[in-house]
Design a protein around this ligand. Structure first.
Ligand code: URA
Length: 204
């Protein structure tokens, strides 16, 4: 069509992008998901947090990181001196991928083709928000941003630069912490995640 896209810095640009993403057919995930879950936060946020994909709760709410992983993120961000309302929070993949099991929907990891297809939207969000720092949470976000998620535990806590110079701080995904089987390991990993967020905060 002839509709002009709102440019970077214009307040309408992100809502317009979200509206366009609702009609996305770049991969097949739209067919079974409830709705697209676009990024959310101030259009001029200094920090952009990138996760993997919406979970069950996010798919139903239409908002990123509102389930258990989101609660962990909110708590540890606050403890690290970062107010969630100042962060632009998004995902590498914007539709929920799952397999049905009875009444439950079990999370499935997006494949490389889905991550690559959806990078179009993440790149657009980066262009519009122009964050000073991006935090990659987990291997999928890291792969989408840098080309590979391999060796994430070695890369954790370090900063990598994207082609445009934007620094990417590497950390784990909150769901990784929630999946750890014992309470002591969860407590320790929460402490490390909080320290990562504080280190990222200090880079702003
Ligand atoms: N996990 C993610 O990666 N993103 C969400 O939005 C929720 C859970």
């Amino acid at each position: 069509g002839s509709a002009r896209r709102a440019g970077a810095g214009e307040p309408a640009a992100l809502p317009q992008a979200k509206a366009e993403a609702e009609a996305c057919r770049r991969c097949g995930l739209w067919a079974h998901a409830t709705q697209v879950v676009f990024g959310e936060g101030p259009p001029r946020a200094r920090m952009m947090m990138v996760g993997e994909q919406p979970g069950d709760r996010e798919d139903l709410a239409g908002r990123p990181f509102v389930g258990p992983a989101g609660q962990l993120l909110d708590e540890e961000a606050t403890a690290a001196g970062l107010d969630r309302s100042t962060l632009y929070v998004t995902n590498a993949v914007k539709h929920f991928k799952f397999s049905p099991r009875g009444k439950r929907r079990i999370h499935q990891k997006p494949d490389a083709g889905e991550v690559t297809a959806c990078r179009w939207w993440l790149d657009l969000e980066r262009d519009l928000v122009r964050p000073r720092l991006i935090v990659a949470m987990g291997a999928t976000a890291l792969a989408s941003l840098t080309g590979t998620g391999a060796g994430i535990l070695r890369r954790r806590g370090t900063v990598e630069r994207l082609e445009d110079g934007t620094p990417v701080f590497v950390t784990v995904h909150p769901s990784y912490i929630l999946r750890l089987p014992d309470a002591a390991a969860q407590t320790e990993e929460r402490r490390r995640f909080r320290a990562d967020l504080a280190a990222a905060h200090a880079l702003l």
